[in-house]
Design a protein around this ligand. Sequence first.
Ligand code: NDP
Length: 284
Amino acid sequence: MTARLLPGAPAAEALLADASARAARLPAPPHLVMVRLGDDPASVSYVRGKDRKAREVGLTSTVYALPETTPQAELLDLIARLNADDSVNGILVQLPLPAHVSEQAVLHAIDPRKDVDGFHPLNVGELWAGRPALRPCTPAGILYLLDHYGIPVAGQRAVVVGRSHIVGRPLAGLLLNRDATVTVTHSRTIDLGAVTREADLLCVAVGQPHLITPEMVRPGATVIDVGINRVPGENGGKAHLTGDVDPEVARVAGAITPVPGGVGPMTIAQLLANTVAAAEMQAR
Ligand code: NDP
């Protein structure tokens, strides 16, 4: 048996088509502002990808590329100006930030109504209270992908591997809100395989290539591989991207997301959907 593949592109396209249609009904195109500090190649490439996609679907996008040495106070001033600017609907500060800037101070400073990353403590609290608010993009994108492919969530035993604020924790909250029975695991979990084998729905966000092997997966389970790991090619060959899940898992799983091309496209699509949702909220 080989698992059904769950590519992100068709689900992301459906989400973007919906976001784009909703954007067209607003008085002005939703405006996303992204701020990045420094020239970390991954951050440059992520912001460029989001900017390009935003324009493609009819949003307005502005990027502030600030020097790595920008003082925290200057960044907070910029955020305050963007908060006060009615022509700005969504604000995203690309993480990670340089060491001299407090991530917490920055995330707290963004107006929760413009917090399209869903990382402001107010939005985190609303998520765990099960109330509507802007949701973190990768976890919300995963829920959309599951729905797109008709994979049930309610009543399922879901195991989340990883407890980061960006993926693991909010994903656990969203699954709980959708009536899954949720277990969260992490680096201190004893006998990880015994826990993951319980899962109908196994979501892995760790950042370790091929941590999850076939014997850790219940036959027929749905496996969502969030990991994006750059690994060097064999014998000095070209580096490539691989997930946290061993591709051999496809022999036992019922359904599995590929890496690359699985969860990745959902994250950008959800960011733009969040920007449209923020603009809709602000227009009310
Ligand atoms: P973090 O490094 O912030 O968190 C990793 C988590 O994995 C931690 O909670 C850690 O546990 C846990 N962990 C580490 N080792 C083990 C282990 N051996 N067994 C069980 N749990 C373990 O990573 P992120 O959540 O930010 O990202 C995870 C992966 O997802 C990365 O590869 C990242 O590139 C990718 N990613 C992909 C996105 C996409 O759009 N597809 C978006 C965001 C991330 P502890 O808390 O105990 O340290």
